[in-house]
Ligand binder design. Structure first.
Ligand code: SF4
Length: 83
C-alpha cells in the first residue's frame, strides 16, 4: 500500500518536494500537549500516551514530530526519515 502524509510545512526536517512527509511515522497531538512535552516524546511512544482531544477545532492540533531542518534535535525522537 502506498500511503502519503501530505504536508506544507517546508522547514521541517521530514518535509520533501511535492509537499509530502518523509517521516517513517508521525504523531499528531493537541497544541497544549505539543507545547509542554519535550522533543523525545513522539510517535515511538504513541501507545503509552493519553489521548488529547481538542474540542472539535483543527486549529488546536499540531504535528508533534515536526523538527526544524538542521536542528540538533533531529535525533531526539528516534524517528527515521525515509528516502
Ligand atoms: S513531521 Fe509533521 S510537520 Fe514535518 S513534514 Fe511530517 S507531517 Fe509535516
Amino acid at each position: 500500500m502506498n500511503q502519503h502524509i501530505h504536508c506544507l510545512v517546508s522547514d521541517c526536517h521530514y518535509w520533501d518536494r511535492g509537499n509530502v512527509c518523509k517521516a517513517g511515522e508521525i504523531i499528531v497531538t493537541s497544541d497544549e500537549f505539543g507545547n509542554t512535552q519535550p522533543d523525545r516524546i513522539d510517535a515511538k511512544m504513541a501507545n503509552q500516551l493519553t489521548p488529547t482531544p481538542v474540542g472539535g477545532s483543527c486549529m488546536a492540533t499540531c504535528c508533534k514530530t515536526y523538527v526544524p531542518k538542521g536542528s540538533e534535535m533531529v535525533d531526539k525522537d528516534n524517528i527515521q526519515r525515509m528516502s
